[in-house]
Design a protein around this ligand. Structure first.
Ligand code: SF4
Length: 101
């Protein structure tokens, strides 16, 4: 009898698969605002690379932000070198609802 019999194989999940299980109740009022005049002067734009939800994209030379898919990690608030981000949690009951099953 093999030692592996009866054991459940656990496969690591990718971030995209994990996020697809979550649901959002998006507030009409954004919980994050970005001062685009400061973004224009930012030489590195780390938000483009470090936001796990891809909320920041580059359109031409301009950073475009959308808050709807935000996972509320707080990364952009910490890493913005221009202090361009005003960050609050969404109103109670709004935003992402994590599903851990
Ligand atoms: S809080 Fe996290 S997920 Fe939301 S916009 Fe900022 S970096 Fe992206």
């Amino acid at each position: 009898m093999s030692q592996d019999q009866g054991k459940t194989e656990v496969k690591p999940m990718k971030i995209d698969d994990i996020l697809q299980r979550d649901v959002w109740d998006v507030d009409l009022e954004p919980h994050i605002t970005v001062d685009s005049s400061k973004c224009e002067k930012c030489p590195t734009k780390p938000c483009l690379y470090l936001c796990p939800a891809g909320c920041y994209i580059l359109a031409g030379e301009k950073v475009v932000f959308s808050y709807e898919g935000c996972v509320e990690c707080g990364t952009c608030r910490v890493i913005c070198p221009m202090n361009a981000i005003t960050w609050h949690y969404p109103k109670s009951g709004r935003g992402i609802m994590y599903r851990f099953t």
